[in-house]
Ligand binder design. Structure first.
Ligand SMILES: C[S@@+](CC[C@H](N)C(=O)[O-])C[C@H]1O[C@@H](n2cnc3c(N)ncnc32)[C@H](O)[C@@H]1O
Length: 236
């Protein structure tokens, strides 16, 4: 489930070749704040956390991730930022002693896809239905009453390949299935496949998402404008 070991050593170069804009992600998180104690679910190699760390207003942040190979890179990147701590955890078994006034995930465990005028749908790195329910409950339990859950927004997934900044070619292929889709990621160097990773994603309609999050005490907070990077929910 959601293991990024194969991609880990190439993750940064793929993401910083235009896949995500980390400054804009943190700008948008700050717009929803201020927060004093934040949890990132699926922090990967720590690129969002580094962007937070560099800013003067950096709050206390805990990043958790399932994939140890990603966290090895994150620990190195973030050792100079004392406000940021990391833990190797699967969100399905999340166990932390603190509570947070905000939790977010950007391309991490859960995120939304918005395709034009259609309703958003939620994408999960966790394929099992029961595991999603357990993970969301564990996450909700870590968020203080009145706190926020912010899940990132991405555009629709499609097949493509494009050159990245180290001269290699990144490629992705999407195969829909009955409960979501499978995404194949590749990296090609001089005609040779140097990395391949496959993730099985479960998707939830907007109505299913509102029902699941509503049952955990979350209310959707509609925003004006369409430039935001996150959909926001407030915990009762
Ligand atoms: C696309 S990466 C996003 C990383 C980071 N948020 C970023 O913006 O660069 C997705 C991350 O989610 C992590 N992940 C997937 N399933 C998880 C789970 N069940 N519990 C914790 N982390 C998980 C993966 O290990 C991976 O590092």
């Amino acid at each position: 489930m959601g293991d990024y070991t194969n991609m880990s050593s190439y993750y940064d170069v793929i993401m910083t070749s235009g896949y995500y804009d980390y400054a804009e992600i943190v700008d948008d998180l700050e717009r929803h704040g201020p927060f004093t104690n934040i949890l990132e679910i699926g922090c990967g190699t720590g690129l969002i956390l580094e962007e937070f760390g560099r800013r003067q207003s950096c709050p206390r942040i805990t990043g958790i991730d399932l994939t140890e190979a990603m966290l090895i890179l994150a620990r190195k990147r973030l050792e100079r930022f004392p406000a940021i701590t990391l833990a190797q955890q699967n969100v399905v078994e999340l166990s932390l002693t603190q509570h947070f006034d905000a939790a977010f995930s950007y391309g991490g465990v859960w995120y939304f896809v918005i395709d034009g005028e259609n309703e958003p749908f939620m994408v999960s790195h966790i394929p099992g239905e029961a595991d999603n329910a357990t993970g969301l409950k564990k996450l909700a339990d870590q968020i203080s009453s009145g706190g926020m859950l912010l899940l990132g927004i991405q555009g629709p997934h499609f097949d493509y390949e494009k050159p990245i900044s180290n001269g290699m070619t990144y490629a992705q292929k999407i195969a829909p299935h009955d409960y979501g889709f499978t995404k194949h990621y590749y990296l090609i160097d001089a005609g040779q496949k140097v990395m391949a990773q496959t993730i099985d994603y479960r998707t939830y309609s907007w109505a299913q998402t509102l029902e699941m999050l509503g049952a955990l005490g979350f209310t959707f907070l509609p925003q004006s404008g369409d430039t935001g990077k996150f959909l926001a929910f407030r915990k009762a």
